[in-house]
Ligand binder design. Structure first.
Ligand SMILES: Cc1cc2nc3c(=O)[nH]c(=O)nc-3n(C[C@H](O)[C@H](O)[C@H](O)COP(=O)(O)O)c2cc1C
Length: 447
């Protein structure tokens, strides 16, 4: 089938600057490269993704190691449960040096960093990578992160998004502070830049003050691409306003389609072109030369998980210590209301468990936290994987996928060597980059 005139899917690598991937058991996989403290580890993944013509690699972040479970970091450290989190910016910079076309996304928090700092970091990277930067805007998750930044409690959920709205306005104003063509750099006349085209922003709001002018000239993309993954009602409102690539988690294509339709409607109400916003669910892919080989690989990867991984990650994500309860007893309304972490996730546990007061066991089973079943798992031959991806994509449930790793770099090597050619053959995925910035590769204009 020809790829002419056909919509093609977006592919994103979901990376962690950590000892493990999104799947904690990944570090125990015999084929996982343990060299995560070496930049070559990330550069190797970047060149693999670029070989597969991926749109971008994106690195998540958390500003604390998990330490809510039993009020200690012991389990996280002993079992390697996201115990390491390196700063993501040096890593995407190194990945940019090893590649020429791959987009480079990194996560930075609007709750614990300042707008000027974040605007400057991402603008600098946009210059260094000739317009390939993207920022995953998060509001952060829990008290452990707050306590690493000298704050006793994490700001309340909706207030985090109010503050993030203002953060985004400041950052965008800073990025626009230098007009196109402001920098002249004319050695003969001695004029470096046209001061009538470089503006102060003089922002003063409830959460932030920033004067400007900005210290980084207009970047190749104008604004780095904005990634967002808010899933609560307030988070979706934020995502609909600012997000360009929206990463989501849905167990089924139907759920993802409903989300996408709702988002497109919100985009229209905000005067944004819905086609300029792309939705990509996170998935695992386990591919084998035969179905049997793929199933064997999957069973082995599943065997790397353990229950403590789940409990530690549940405590982290819900900002609540699950060690306080016998695992089979229902949790009271009061306890559920006190959980300040991911609200959409809590709703899902309640829905899937069929009770409004799930037990700890229900949380483990229905959340899939710490196991592969936290995300959809596409398993099988390259053709079977392509069938599953195609069915989500062609039913307009999504615009592409964020590929999480079961082991590194094997997940990406297998996918690039086996699945990408099949997607290309079906005309579902492009055969090459267009020259230019990440925005141009996403079919979006530079700003
Ligand atoms: C694919 C994906 C990646 C995410 N990456 C991060 C991350 O790196 N850091 C973080 O603090 N939150 C991350 N989140 C959490 C979201 O930013 C958001 O807080 C979450 O989906 C819950 O939505 P809510 O904030 O609207 O309640 C991620 C979510 C998804 C679906």
């Amino acid at each position: 089938m020809s790829s002419e005139n056909k919509k093609e899917m977006l592919l994103v690598g979901f990376l962690q600057a950590s000892n493990c991937s999104n799947y904690t058991g990944s570090w125990r996989h015999p084929e996982t490269d343990s060299n995560f403290l070496d930049l070559a580890f990330y550069q190797n993944i970047a060149t693999t993704l670029e070989r597969g013509k991926f749109h971008l690699a994106f690195i998540d972040d958390r500003l604390a190691m998990p330490s809510r479970f039993g009020n200690t970091h012991k389990d996280a450290v002993e079992l390697g449960i996201r115990a390491v989190k390196l700063d993501v910016v040096p890593i995407i910079t190194a990945m940019g040096l090893a590649t020429s076309n791959l987009g480079l996304g990194a996560t930075y928090s609007t709750t614990y960093y300042s707008p000027f700092h974040v605007a400057r970091l991402f603008a600098s990277i946009d210059h260094f990578t000739q317009g390939r930067s993207a920022w995953n805007v998060v509001t952060s998750l829990n008290d452990s992160e707050a306590q690493n930044f000298g704050v006793s409690e994490h700001l309340a959920h909706d207030a985090r998004y109010d503050s993030a709205d203002e953060f985004m306005s400041v950052v965008c104003s800073l990025w626009d502070s230098w007009e196109h063509g402001a920098m002249v750099a004319d050695k003969d006349s001695g004029q470096f830049a046209d001061s009538t085209k470089v503006h102060r922003i003089d922002h003063s709001g409830p959460y932030f003050q920033s004067q400007g002018a900005f210290t980084v000239p207009h970047t190749p993309q104008g604004h780095p691409v904005i990634i967002q993954a808010g899933q609560s009602e307030r988070g979706r409102k934020f995502a609909a306003r600012w997000g360009e690539l929206l990463f989501v988690i849905y167990p089924t294509a139907d759920g993802c389609r409903a989300y996408r339709q709702n988002l497109r409607q919100q985009n229209e109400e905000l005067g944004r072109d819905p086609d300029s916003v792309k939705v990509a669910p996170a998935v695992y892919v386990v591919v084998g030369e035969s179905e049997e080989i793929a199933q064997e690989k999957l069973a082995f990867i599943n065997s790397l998980a353990n229950q403590t991984d789940s409990l530690v990650l549940l405590s982290e994500v819900f900002n609540y210590d699950f060690a306080q309860h016998p695992t089979h007893e229902p949790l009271s309304d009061e306890i559920l209301e006190s959980m300040t972490g991911l609200r959409g996730f809590l709703d899902r546990v309640i829905e899937l468990s069929g009770t409004k007061n799930p037990s700890v066991d229900d949380f483990i089973r229905c959340s899939g936290r710490g196991t592969l079943s936290e995300l959809p798992v596409f398993t099988g031959t390259p053709q079977q994987i392509a069938d599953q991806m195609e069915s989500w994509f062609l039913t307009e449930s999504c615009d592409g996928f964020v590929l999480a790793a079961t082991h590194m770099p094997g997940t990406y090597v297998d996918f690039v060597e086996m699945v990408v050619p099949e997607l290309q053959h079906r005309g579902l995925f492009r055969k090459d980059y267009v020259s230019g910035t990440l925005r141009e590769n996403l079919g979006m204009p530079n700003l």
